[in-house]
Design a protein around this ligand. Structure first.
Ligand code: GAR
Length: 211
């Protein structure tokens, strides 16, 4: 049985998708060993409790700097011998040492078609730019913010008069579909990070790179 540790900061709808996928078998032979949040009131902690998963809240204010916080996080994470670290709406920049420690076994989901719109407010920025499509990307985490090798993306349309909330809802529907699939590929080593590339086993990736 493989171990997953999920890091969250908020609602945890992607965490829920991972929980459900472990139960349904979309994620094969794996369990979420722990959920860690940097926010005490993250609803994702409640989702984890309901699923009987260990949780931990670490408050950044209790540590002198980012490196100290990340070291504490890593000490806790490593107790669960994780095969995969899943960032699911974890809204903190990670220190270089932390990222290097988990290189190749840490993935993130970012709500844009990377390399477009790294950072925050991606839905509003896509609307403001007049884009007619938007989406989400799952990628390996490297030291470059939202810059690691992309594994899989999903597109959604942007319609006239859409609000950022409309677009976010459409994007999150796709996130809940593709994140568990990619998590499973990583756990089964069907995709690995080699250098700065995502390397796939066989022909699992759809021909155009989109789910
Ligand atoms: C997700 O849409 C995810 O793509 C985004 O936060 C949301 C978390 O939702 N992540 C980022 O913006 C990371 N830069 P959730 O807590 O309901 O899973």
């Amino acid at each position: 049985m493989k171990n997953i540790v999920v890091l969250i900061s908020g609602n945890g709808s992607n965490l829920q998708a991972i929980i459900d996928a472990c139960e349904s078998g979309i994620i094969e032979n794996a369990r979420i060993a722990a959920v860690i949040s940097n926010k005490a009131d993250a609803y994702g902690l409640e989702r984890a409790h309901q699923a009987g998963i260990d949780t931990l809240h670490l408050a950044a204010g209790d540590y002198t700097d980012r490196e100290a916080f990340d070291r504490a996080m890593a000490d806790n994470i490593d107790q669960f011998s994780p095969d995969l670290i899943i960032l699911a709406g974890f809204m903190r920049i990670l220190s270089a040492d932390f990222v290097r420690h988990y290189q190749g076994r840490m993935i993130n989901i970012h709500p844009s078609l990377l390399p477009k719109y790294t950072g925050l407010n991606t839905h509003q920025r896509a609307i403001d730019a007049g884009d007619t499509e938007h989406g989400t990307s799952v990628h390996f985490v490297t030291e470059e913010l939202d810059g690691g090798p992309v594994i899989l993306q999903a597109k959604v349309p942007i319609f006239e008069d859409d609000t950022a909330e409309d677009v976010m809802a459409r994007v999150q529907q796709q996130e809940h579909r593709i994140y568990p699939v990619v998590a499973n590929w990583c756990l089964q080593q069907r995709v690995t990070m080699q250098g700065n590339n995502a390397v796939f086993e066989g022909d699992i990736l759809p021909a155009n790179g989109y789910a």
